[in-house]
Design a protein around this ligand. Structure first.
Ligand SMILES: NC(=O)c1ccc[n+]([C@@H]2O[C@H](COP(=O)([O-])OP(=O)(O)OC[C@H]3O[C@@H](n4cnc5c(N)ncnc54)[C@H](OP(=O)(O)O)[C@@H]3O)[C@@H](O)[C@H]2O)c1
Length: 291
């Protein structure tokens, strides 16, 4: 039976990567939307959309992701990351299952081993707090939802660290990049495929193992390590990259110093294989060089 899937935030990094692979899933009919087609701040429109199109699953990729700007733009950030999630949860209730995307920024980053889903949250930024409140409101209204926390997302679409480092590497002789923050980059195309494989798993096994899950690529690195690998793959040899301390580069919003996510749960529940972060990055470069 064909299943109808609504993707919100479809012009963002993750939403665009889902759009790219829809033809690989012939049993799913996709409705990929963004704010122009379906503004999540308008609950009645979401209800209409879900009913009219008989939506079975919602993948919520919509978010306010400008982490530093959010410190001043608090209301706009909470509108998308909390209030729109509430609207979606209420609109989908009893009709469609929700897979919602959240972030490593719900943690304070003071840990020293990969964060599990049961670790204590303690967001340090407006963005992190708004995303945590989005998780909480979703679980209150629609506890049988799946929340996937991810980290350090990049893709062929939109602006991200990979594209910025390529540009800066080409423009500059040297670059200072933070080396004391550790995490794991996530290729949005890998996450997109895993999300759709999760729905395949759910359909095949007729079970919806709701709850919170962590997802990034495998391995860990600093932003400095990440930049060196990006420059290597981009063939940039004329830019010297220097390791820097966070303390020398204050940002408006605090970043977690350590935000490696433990993927044991998502891998075992949904039988997923997750590529190492370097493999995801290599894949992106093959796509960038062929387009
Ligand atoms: N980017 C990261 O490094 C990162 C890290 C960890 C977790 N995440 C999470 O991963 C998810 C996907 O992130 P992403 O990088 O793909 O985000 P993104 O590129 O910023 O895309 C988000 C999309 O949501 C849209 N949107 C905003 N307000 C909306 C509304 N009211 N109704 C419908 N759509 C709306 C945005 O449109 P406009 O552009 O027009 O506002 C944008 O197209 C988010 O939940 C994010 O919090 C991201």
């Amino acid at each position: 039976m064909i299943r109808n899937i609504l993707v919100t935030g479809g012009n963002g990094q993750l939403g665009s990567e889902i759009r790219e692979i829809t033809s690989n899933y012939p049993d799913f009919r996709f409705f990929v939307t963004d704010i122009q087609d379906l503004d999540l701040s308008e609950k009645s429109k979401i209800i209409d959309f879900i009913c009219k199109n008989k939506i079975n699953y919602v993948i919520n990729c919509a978010a306010y992701t400008a982490v530093d700007k959010a410190e001043d733009d608090v209301d706009a950030c909470y509108l998308v990351n909390r209030d729109c999630v509430k609207n979606l949860a209420e609109a989908a209730s009893g009709k469609a299952k929700i897979i919602h995307i959240s972030t490593d920024y719900v943690f304070d980053g003071k840990g020293n081993r990969p964060y599990t889903e049961t670790d204590t949250t303690n967001p340090q930024s407006v963005y992190g707090k708004s995303k945590l409140e989005g998780e909480q409101i979703l679980m209150k209204i629609s506890p049988e939802s799946i929340i996937i926390r991810t980290a350090w997302l990049y893709s062929a679409f939109g602006n991200n660290f990979v594209k910025t480092m390529i540009r800066l590497g080409k423009e500059n002789d040297s670059l200072n990049v933070v080396a004391d923050q550790k995490g794991t980059p996530t290729y949005a195309a890998n996450l997109a495929e895993s999300i759709l494989d999760i729905i395949l798993f759910v359909e095949k096994n007729k079970t919806f193992p709701f709850g919170i899950y962590h997802y990034s690529n495998e391995g860990e690195c600093s932003w400095y390590d990440f930049c060196l690998t990006i420059h290597k793959l981009a063939g940039i040899t004329t830019c010297r990259v220097n390791p820097a301390d966070t303390s020398g580069y204050p940002t408006k919003a605090a970043r977690p110093m350590y935000s490696v996510l433990d993927k044991t749960k998502i891998k075992s529940v949904f039988q997923l294989e997750i590529p190492e972060w370097e493999i995801g990055l290599e894949k992106l470069f093959t796509i960038l060089t062929n387009t």
